[in-house]
Structure formats: structure tokens, C-alpha cells
Design a protein around this ligand. Sequence first.
Ligand SMILES: [Ca+2]
Ligand SMILES: [Ca+2]
Ligand SMILES: [Ca+2]
Ligand SMILES: [Ca+2]
Length: 423
Amino acid sequence: MKHRHRFVTLGTACALAVLASNAVARGIWVSNNSDSGPGSFREAITAANGDTSVNWITFARGLGSIGLQSTVTFDGTQALRIDGHEATLTAAGSEAFDLFAATGGGWLEISRLILVGSHANGIVVSIPAEAGGEVRVDLWEVILTGNSLFGLLIDDSLGSPAGVLLNAQRCVVTANGTGAIDNDGLRVNERGPGNISASFKQCLFEANGADGVELDEGDSGDVLVQVLHSDFIENGFLDIEDLEDGIDVDEAGDGDIVALMVDCRLDGNGDEATDLNEDGTGSLFALFSQVTANDNVDKGLTAEETGDGNIQAVCSQIIAIGNKKEGVKLDESDGGDLEVELHNAYLENNTDDGMQVEEIGPGDVAVRIVNSTILKSKKYGLNLTQGDEGTGLLRLQHVSFAENISGPCKVKGAEVIETGLPK
Ligand SMILES: [Ca+2]
Ligand SMILES: [Ca+2]
Ligand SMILES: [Ca+2]
Ligand SMILES: [Ca+2]
């Protein structure tokens, strides 16, 4: 598998937050790799389930692999910090069970733990129906690999009032979701009130059967996602009827999508590199910088907004080469405007338009492309449509189009202002 992965030494930036706010917090040591019994991980969790003052569980160094006979379930409501010290949890035998489950709705922090080879899910965090506020999950140097269903599932499908706050840093999520269709490397299902707030830093999502990451926010509430220095490579290959994406964000009902993506690579995914879908009332705000999306089986970078609300997107230093549909595609429909700026982009050899922008329903469209090159598209370099009432403006400043088979630009319903050519 091709990827460049970056585990930057952060020194003291580790900053695992101190969980314990009460003075009587206590911890339990995992001292052996038995499935159960004294000193085992299972026994430590059992103790935490029975005593809310247990706030941390630390594995001894060098425990190696722990073959579990069944799921280890934490059902306490307290915050819990688990430091795995590079221990591996895996399934002993062929029975299908999740390796680790948390069902109490407290703040869960897991570091340096490897979860591999479950015949079901790696980790499932089930949010209780009565949970409020934000259920927080922090992952630090967690490896989820070769689990048949989800690598990590955070499930709020009971529609709790709570939102989900997820921080993943320096995590590796690979080769999960190969046992059944629609099982992602990492999935958040959020229902009822509440936001999904997710941050991924220096993470790798590769070769997962469905999406690398899917964030699914179904009712009132926003999706706020930042993705920094992370790669999404060759995900979404399992279901040939419905190939899937590098990162898929679905927001429905009231609420916005706010997406920030910096220094990321999204290559060779089965469907789109990014698939941002904002539905119902609310807008989509996206800032992409230093993002590469090459050789994806459908489109490269895409965002779609329906219902009342706008798209505002700024894309700088974007590379999209060899995608099987458009390199960059933005669709805004129903009430609302579409505004996009593309700076220093290089779009080459995409099998549809290099960039396609469409605004349908009432609202204005404004596109500004600066210092960019769009070449060898199988259709147009740029295809811009103002579909209904509303103004349209396309500003091209130092944009080079070359060898686009249908022509450099197709513009419908928009005034074109072009200045300068690249030096
Ligand atoms: Ca909720
Ligand atoms: Ca929503
Ligand atoms: Ca919405
Ligand atoms: Ca709209």
C-alpha cells in the first residue's frame, strides 16, 4: 500500500488530559495477558464497573497480545482513561464479538492500545438514551486493524440529547470492515439533538471496506470536523454496488457542516475522496488547504448542499489528478448562495470536468479561481451553471486551461471576468 505516514514526535504535546476531578480517583494495573482473573484487563474493567472512583486503567509494559474470549464491557458512568502501553487486544478463536464496548456515556480516553482481528467490531461506544451534554471519546496512538465490522463505532442511534465529541490523534485505522458491507474504519451515528464535533490529527485510514471515516448526523445539530495531516487511502472497495469514500459526512435536519481539512491526502478511494452532504436547513462551510485527491474511482473533492442554506468554500493548494469523474465538484440547491474560491489548484486528467459548480434554485453563485492550472479534463476544464434565478459571477485570475477535451470553460448564467495569464 502506498502512503506516506507521519508520526511526528510531539514530545510533551502528548497532553493527555487529566480526567480525574475528584480527589479519590484511583487506578488499576493490568499485570498479565490472561482473558480473565486477577490482574487481567477484564477484571480491571469489572472493578471499574463496580466503583465509580476507578478512573484509570494502565497496562504493564510488554504484555503483548491478550486473546479475549468475549467482549470486555465498561458500563460505568464515570470518566475512564485506559493506557494500553502497546498491548494488543484480539479475539481468541472464531467467535464474533466486539473486543471492547463502553456503554455508560462517560468520557472515555484510550491511548496506546491495539485492537486487531475481531470477527465483529473493534470498539463500540454506545451512548445511553438519557445521556446529555457531549459524550467525549479521545484516542491517542490507537491502532484498529483487521476487525471484520467497524474499527470504531460511536453509536447514538437511540437519539439521546447528547452530542459526540471525538478526538483522534496519531491513530491508524486499517483493513477493517471487510466482513460485511457498510462497515467503516470509523463511524459516528448521531441522532436526536446534539452535534458531532470530530478532530483527526496525524491519522491514517487505509484499506477499510467501506468509508475510511463516516460521520452521520441525522437530526438537529451540526457536524464540525477538522482533519489535519491525515491520509485516507484506498478505502471503500468492498461493495461493488455502492463503493465508498475516503471521508463521508452526512448532515440532515437543522444544522450546518463546518469542515476544515489541512495537509491531507485522499487517494484511490472506491467512490469520492471527500463526500460532504448538508441537507435540511443549514449551510456548508469548507476550508481545504494542501489537500491532494488523486485516482479516486468517482469524484475527487465534493460537497453538496440542499434545502435552505449556502455553500461557502475556500480551497487552496489543491491537487486532483486522475479521478474517474470531476476533480472538484460543488452543488448547491434550493434557497441559498454558492461562493467558492480556488487558489493555487492543479487539476489534471480527471475523467469528467476538472471542476464543476452548480447552483440550482433561488440564490447567487460566485466563483473565483486564482493562480491555477486545469488541464487534460475529459470534458470541460470548468463547468459552471447558474441554474435558476439569481446572479452569477466567474472571476478567473491567472488561470491556465490546456487540452481539456470539451473546451476550457462552459459557463451558464454567469458573467465572466478574466484577468492575466500565468507567467
Ligand atoms: Ca444525540
Ligand atoms: Ca443536523
Ligand atoms: Ca442541515
Ligand atoms: Ca441551499
